[in-house]
Design a protein around this ligand. Structure first.
Ligand SMILES: *Cc1c(COP(=O)(O)O)cnc(C)c1O
Length: 359
């Protein structure tokens, strides 16, 4: 049986060059060498350098590795807020970021809207005591995006607060100006099309200073992974623990491939595929776009409700060798979620669009 193509929002289809890179990694003993060796330091250096190019990371921002994005929810709260965090919540992932703050005994304040909706910043008032603003740039559970212009507005209105962006299901699609945020992070099994189990955390000097201040106050900022321990080893292109060496290697190779292709071309393809899919979904009466306001519609995770159960459609498309995502949480049974990541080809999207049109 031919391999299926995964349009699920994570894990998702592997970036098309990954199988070859895995072969090379095995030949080069990437999983067997010491993580303290010169050879592995070079791997880390290449990955960081490719990411800096791909994501246009300012020179004075740090790039470090963790086990997952979930870990960065925890670490960022431990390192960047003593008392109060502020969260925009409109789905399962942004809610979890908020939950982690409460679990870590912070005072967490949320601006919550129902799943499928974005945030109106018109009358926004973030309490003066909030130290850290947490934005989920692309709420993967509901397909809602947080527009870049709104992120920049937050920076303008609250220049003294730390601003962190969860970019898990959108980097490197969004052209986020990192100089306008203090930190951003992602994991690799979504847009990057890599095996799961690796988080990437980018932050500036302000974050380092905050972590130092919290540590001075006697707070626990993390045992093996804190901003301070991570940057100490990152200076030597190393990591505090034995990292996901294969993951770091593959990320460097895929970022290199993406740089070669050009991030602009990747973004244009994603825009083309999103426009195609939103168009057929809005024209077929059996479907209803979950995100009503166009400016909040995600380009990378497309969500639609069906008038009846989504399983028959998902099964029909599965027979064609393509796996769509189901809904999330309470809306599971009557929804589809379609990932639109760099590795998903126009041809695959045209095929799915055709099947949806005729459904
Ligand atoms: C998937 C996802 C996460 C969690 O990523 P892990 O790699 O599972 O830790 C966090 N935030 C968003 C927006 C996600 O889509």
């Amino acid at each position: 049986m031919p391999k299926s193509i995964f349009l699920t929002p994570g894990p998702s289809e592997l970036y098309f060059t990954v199988p070859d890179h895995i072969q090379t990694a095995l030949r080069e003993s990437i999983c067997e060498i010491s993580h303290r060796s010169k050879q592995f330091e070079n791997v880390v250096r290449n990955t960081v350098s490719q990411l800096r190019t791909l994501l246009n990371v300012p020179e004075d921002y740090y790039v470090v590795f963790t086990g997952s994005a979930t870990e960065i929810w925890e670490r960022s709260i431990q390192n960047l807020a003593m008392d109060t965090t502020y969260h925009f919540v409109n789905g399962s992932f942004s809610q979890k970021f908020y939950d982690f703050s409460i679990a870590l005994k912070r005072h967490a304040v949320k601006f919550e809207v129902p799943a499928g909706q974005g945030f109106d910043l018109e009358n926004l008032e973030i309490p003066a005591v909030a130290e850290l603003i947490c934005v989920t740039e692309n709420e993967t559970s509901s397909g809602v995006t947080f527009p870049l212009s709104d992120i920049y507005k937050l920076r303008e209105q609250y220049p003294d607060k730390l601003l962190i962006v969860d970019a898990v299901s959108i980097a490197p699609y969004a052209d986020l100006d990192l100089t306008k945020v203090d930190s951003m992070f992602f994991s690799v099994q979504k847009c990057f099309g890599l095996p799961s189990g690796l988080g990437v955390w980018i932050f500036n000097e302000k974050c380092v200073q905050k972590a130092e201040a919290l540590q001075k106050e006697g707070l626990a900022i993390g045992t093996y992974h804190s901003i301070l321990s991570l940057i100490k080893d990152a200076k030597n292109s190393q990591t505090p623990s034995t990292p996901n060496m294969l993951g770091i290697y593959l990320l460097g190779k895929v970022a290199e491939d993406m740089n070669r292709k050009g991030v602009k071309a990747i973004r244009q393809e994603i825009d083309y595929k999103a426009a195609l899919m939103y168009d057929v979904l809005s024209k077929n009466k059996k479907f209803e776009l979950f995100v009503k306001e166009e400016k909040f519609r995600s380009q990378t995770v497309i969500v639609a409700n069906l008038e009846s159960e989504s399983a028959p459609l998902i099964n029909q498309i599965k027979e064609q060798g393509i796996v769509l995502g189901g809904g999330y949480g309470a809306l599971k049974a009557r929804q589809i979620r379609i990932a639109n990541f760099p590795t998903h080809s126009k041809e695959t999207f045209e095929k799915v669009a055709d099947l949806i049109e005729k459904y």
